[in-house]
Design a protein around this ligand. Structure first.
Ligand code: ZN
Length: 594
C-alpha cells in the first residue's frame, strides 16, 4: 500500500507539502517522478519543482540520495518509509500544478513520487484544505474514487495503481458545480471563481454534445461519472483528457453569460464548446483506444508513435462535428469552423516539408517546441489530421454509397481495442478503415500519411453537396471560413506593440517574409505611414498590387528599412457553402440533420 498526503501549505508562496509512505520496505528503495504527462507529448521534468526531500523510517530519519533528475534512493532499511517534500506549484496550465490564495490544481505527475517496482500497488491519498483560516469556503473536485470525504470534498481517496492515481487531476477553491446526466451517468461541470455564468445553458449544450459522442459509440459510456474540471482565468485556453475527467482552462469572457440571449452564440463560446467536446471524445479515442506505443506509458522518456494524427486529428474532426450533429450550432456555423480548420493547414507551407506521421513521431521536439520557423517547417497533426479524417470519412461514405463512414471505423476501434484494452499497432488505423471499406486503401493512406501533397477535398465535399472555395486574405485578422474580398496582405500573424505591430508569425509565401522581414520585428511604418493594429488594413488599402514601398521596422532595437512589394496573399483561405442552398441527402446523413 502506498499512501500520499497533500496539503496546500503555503498558498501565497505556491507551495504544496506532500508526503508518500510505502509499507513493507526491505532494503534500498528507488522513488521516481514522471518526466511527462500523458496527453501532452513533451519532456517537462516535473521534478525540477521539488524544493527539498527528506526521508524517515517509522519516526527515524533515513538517508536519501538523488540519483538523477527525477529519481531518489532511500538507504537500506525495513518497515514503513515516508518521504516529505515541498513542491512549488505556479503553472496555470492543465499540465502541471498551481496554487495561490484563490485556487489550487494539481496533476499527480507533479506531486506524487512513485516507489519504483510498486507501480501496480493500490494507492490512497489524503488531501487537506489549506490551513490558517484562509479557505473555509474551499471545495475539492476530482474524479478519484472517494474513500472518506467531508461535505466540501476534502479527505481520502483511493486508486488501484499509480497509473490510475495520476490520471485524476484535482481542483480546489471556491468551486461552482453544476450536474447533468448522459445515459443516466452523472456528469458535472466544475468552475472555480465567483463568476456570473449561465451554467444552465452551458450544461444543456454540453449534455447534447456528450450524448452525440456517446451515440457514436453505441450509447455506451466507458466511465461511471465524468467531471469537467475548469479553471477560469483571464486569457487561458487549453484542455487535457483523463479517463473520467478532463482538466480545462478557459477565459472568463468565453463562458456563456446570464444576461445573454440564447440566440447569441459568440465565437469564443463556440470555440470553448469545441474544446470541451474535444476532451470528452478523448474518453474513447486515446484514453481507451490507444497506441500500442503507449500501452503502457514509459513516463521516464519520450514514447514514439506515428499515430497522433489519428488520436488528435480524428478527435479534432469530431469535436466540431459533434457541435452540429448535436444541434448546438447550425450547418453554416459548422462550415465556418471547417473552413477555419482547413485555412490553418493551408497557410502553413510546413505541410509540404513534413508528413503527419513525422509530425506525430517528432511531437516531442518539434510540435511542442515550436519556434519562428514552425508554420513553414512543420505541420500540425491536429489540423492536418482533421483534414485527413474529413477526407477519410467522405471517402468511406463515397465508396459505400453512404452505408459506411468513419463512425463505423471508430466503433470497430472501440470494440476491438478500447473495450479489450489492447494497444493499436502503428498500422491498426488503416487496417480498421480497410476492414470497414472492404477494400485496400493503400493509395489513400500513402498520400495522406506518408506524403506531403494535399488531399483534394473539393470532389469529396461535392459528394455531400458542399462547395469548397479558396480565396486570399481579406484583412489582417482573417481566419477563413467565410467569403471575403481579397486585399493586399503581409502574410503574417501580428500582435499589438506600443511602437507599432509585432510580427508573430511569417508565412514564407507572404510579402513580409519575401521583403526580408523577420519574426519578432516591430513594424513601424509602411511608405512613411504609421502602422498600428487597428490601422494596418487601412494603410494597406492605400496601395495597389505590385507597389514597391519602403517599410520600417525595429529589430533588436535597431531601425531597419526594407522594400515591400505589396501583393494580395495566396488563395489559402477556405470557405464552404451548401450547393444550391439546400443540404443534399448525403449531406444530411453526414451531419445528422433531419
Ligand atoms: Zn486532444
Amino acid at each position: 500500500m502506498i499512501r500520499y498526503f497533500v496539503v496546500p501549505r503555503h498558498p501565497g508562496h505556491h507551495i504544496f507539502q506532500v508526503s508518500v509512505s510505502l509499507t513493507g520496505v526491505a532494503g534500498e528503495q528507488l522513488w521516481r517522478l514522471p518526466a511527462w504527462i500523458p496527453g501532452s507529448y513533451m519532456i517537462r521534468d516535473f521534478a525540477r519543482h521539488i524544493l527539498n526531500v527528506t526521508a524517515e523510517v517509522e519516526g527515524h530519519s533515513l538517508a536519501i540520495t538523488k540519483l538523477d533528475k527525477d529519481t531518489w534512493k532511500t538507504a537500506s532499511t525495513e518497515g514503513t518509509v515516508t518521504l516529505h517534500m515541498e513542491v512549488h506549484a505556479h503553472d496555470n496550465s492543465v499540465r502541471e500544478a498551481f496554487l495561490d490564495n484563490r485556487y489550487a490544481f494539481f496533476n499527480g505527475t507533479s506531486l506524487f513520487l512513485c516507489p519504483v517496482g510498486h507501480e501496480g500497488s493500490p494507492c490512497e491519498v489524503d488531501v487537506l484544505p489549506p490551513g490558517g483560516g484562509l479557505a473555509t469556503n474551499w471545495k475539492l473536485a476530482t474524479g478519484l474514487t472517494a474513500k472518506q470525504v467531508t461535505t466540501n470534498g476534502f479527505g481520502s481517496f483511493k486508486a488501484a495503481n499509480y497509473d490510475e492515481l495520476i490520471d485524476h487531476p484535482v481542483l480546489m477553491g471556491e468551486l461552482k458545480e453544476t450536474c447533468f446526466e448522459v445515459m443516466s451517468t452523472p456528469h458535472r461541470v466544475v468552475l472555480n471563481g465567483p463568476y456570473q455564468v449561465d451554467t444552465h445553458r452551458f450544461c444543456r449544450d454540453l449534455k447534447a454534445i456528450c450524448e452525440t459522442h456517446a451515440a457514436l459509440f453505441d450509447d455506451q459510456l466507458p466511465m461511471d461519472s465524468y467531471s469537467f474540471l475548469t479553471m477560469v482565468t483571464a486569457n487561458g485556453y487549453g484542455g487535457l483528457e483523463h479517463r473520467n475527467s478532463s482538466a480545462l482552462v478557459c477565459a472568463r469572457r468565453s463562458l456563456p453569460r446570464r444576461n445573454e440571449a440564447p440566440s447569441v452564440l459568440r465565437d469564443d463560446y463556440r470555440t470553448l464548446l469545441g474544446l470541451f467536446s474535444h476532451e470528452y471524445f478523448h474518453s474513447w479515442n486515446i484514453k481507451r483506444i490507444k497506441p500500442a506505443a503507449f500501452s503502457p506509458y514509459d513516463l521516464s522518456k519520450e514514447n514514439y508513435t506515428e499515430l497522433l494524427w489519428a488520436f488528435e486529428g480524428i478527435t479534432s474532426y469530431y469535436d466540431d462535428l459533434a457541435l452540429v450533429r448535436s444541434g448546438v450550432i447550425g450547418v453554416e456555423s459548422y462550415l465556418e469552423l471547417l473552413g477555419q480548420t482547413l485555412t490553418r493547414v493551408a497557410r502553413g507551407h510546413g505541410r509540404f516539408r513534413q508528413t503527419v506521421t513525422a509530425s506525430s513521431f517528432d511531437a516531442w521536439t518539434r510540435f511542442y517546441k515550436q519556434d519562428a520557423s514552425a508554420p513553414n517547417a512543420i505541420v500540425s497533426y491536429y489540423s492536418k489530421g482533421a483534414w485527413i479524417a474529413l477526407a477519410l470519412d467522405l471517402t468511406l461514405r463515397k465508396l459505400s454509397a453512404g452505408k459506411q463512414s468513419l463512425d463505423d471505423v471508430m466503433r470497430l476501434l472501440w470494440q476491438r481495442y478500447g473495450k479489450t484494452a489492447t494497444g493499436v499497432a502503428e498500422q491498426g488505423i488503416q487496417q480498421a478503415c480497410e476492414e470497414v471499406a472492404g477494400q485496400n486503401l493503400d493509395s489513400f493512406f500513402n498520400r495522406a500519411l506518408y506524403a506531403t501533397e494535399d488531399i483534394d477535398l473539393t470532389p469529396l465535399l461535392a459528394s455531400v453537396g458542399i462547395n469548397l472555395f479558396w480565396r486570399s486574405a481579406s484583412n489582417h485578422a482573417d481566419k477563413g471560413g467565410k467569403p471575403g474580398q481579397a486585399t493586399l496582405d503581409l502574410g503574417a500573424l501580428i500582435a499589438a506593440d506600443p511602437a507599432g505591430v509585432k510580427l508573430r508569425v511569417l508565412y514564407e509565401q507572404g510579402s513580409a517574409m519575401k521583403a526580408g522581414l523577420s519574426v519578432g520585428d516591430v513594424l513601424l511604418a509602411i511608405d512613411g505611414h504609421r502602422v498600428e493594429l487597428n490601422s494596418l488594413d487601412e494603410v494597406l488599402a492605400m496601395f495597389t498590387p505590385g507597389d514597391r514601398v519602403p517599410v520600417h521596422v525595429f529589430r533588436d532595437g535597431e531601425l531597419i528599412k526594407h522594400t515591400l512589394v505589396l501583393q494580395p496573399g495566396e488563395p489559402d483561405f477556405a470557405w464552404l457553402d451548401i450547393e444550391n442552398g439546400e443540404l443534399s441527402e448525403a449531406g444530411r446523413h453526414w451531419l445528422h440533420i433531419g
